[in-house]
Design a protein around this ligand. Sequence first.
Ligand code: FMN
Ligand code: FE2
Ligand code: FE2
Length: 403
Amino acid sequence: MDSVTPSVLITSVLNPNMRIFDVVMRTEYGTSYNSYAVIGSEKIALVDSSHLTFCEAYFDHLDAALAGRVPDYLVMNHTEPDHSGTVAALVERYPDIIIVISQAGAIYLKNITNRADLKLQIVKDGDSLDLGGKTLHFMIAPFLHWPDTMFTWLPEEKVVFTCDFLGAHYCEPQLFDSKVTYREAYVGAVKNYFDCIFGPFKGYVLKGLDRLATIDPQFVCTSHGPILTAGVEYQRNLERYRQWATVEPCANKRIPVFYCSAYGNTERLASHVARGLLRGLPSAEVTCYDLNQHDLSELAAALNDSDAFLLGSPTINRDALPPVWNLLACVDAVAIAKRPVALFGSYGWSGEAIPHLTNRLTDLKAAVFADALRVQFTPTADDLAAAEKLGEDFARSLPAGCC
Ligand SMILES: Cc1cc2nc3c(=O)[nH]c(=O)nc-3n(C[C@H](O)[C@H](O)[C@H](O)COP(=O)(O)O)c2cc1C
Ligand SMILES: [Fe+2]
Ligand SMILES: [Fe+2]
């Protein structure tokens, strides 16, 4: 039986074949659904659970860890179904199990399982649970990854369970960071995970890091990817998270220009818009992104970290193109409010792309620039000049300072 310490046993399930998580997140290296059993002299607590698809493997691992003993508690640090999918089956197996959970988590878990018979023990920040010689201390850590999240600290073993926080969709047969074979790939997976899961919650990430600074763990048991060890990847991941979550006040405005183009018309507008932006604001950092040439997570990061942005789409079948909508599906809904955005695109006869995008961005509460540019079919020299003017006017309209 794999273990973190003699009384913290590993019941994780590996899923090396997963390539897409939560519908939108690409996961090149698979993942693991980590879970644990903490054995006290009086009581046993399971920490986190598993994905329903892997229920059988999870129960096999539980049986091996528990060797006939019955768990008293299930600590649910976070209720997303990749960790709560097996809860209903677990309750069938162990009808007396008490689920230790945050207030928000209790509400979600009731609605996720649709069971009224769950035995819930709601904990607040600072509460603890004595298992006999092993004490679980609960630290509420909202939005890491959902509002329900908490960390569980086991001081006697110097082990903290952080669920998604500091984790990665990364799977190797070895369960510890010290054993990772492809370290560069692992670090890439940590970054991808941070961008997709925690990118929208940077302020909460910094608070989570501050909470972890109050304890001194030897092992950090995340719910995905290798277990972190002090002196191996733990401190490095803390530093990485702090760096990625800290939005540096920048001297120059970042103004990406995103576009899609079937026949190159919108693309030509994009390059002239970019030229105009630099005329209006020579210090701006302007990057043009063809939406079909970049990874969605890279595009989303460029959009979410921008001070202002432009979006270009042709009209195809009375709409903007799917890559444009995919990008807008990734915006940080909180941070996009009041973000200046301007629109442009080529069309043939009806030109619905720009009005549709205007509506969507207005719904998202972005500051949509009034003068969008719509050009019929191939841009003329005048149209290209208008594109440059759009860029220049938009740049000049931006408030001083960075977002
Ligand atoms: C399959 C297809 C469907 C189209 N549907 C529309 C449409 O519904 N309304 C419209 O105004 N233009 C439509 N167009 C015309 C394009 O918007 C026009 O060719 C435009 O210049 C393409 O710009 P691009 O080169 O940036 O892709 C369509 C073009 C194609 C190829
Ligand atoms: Fe999650
Ligand atoms: Fe998760």
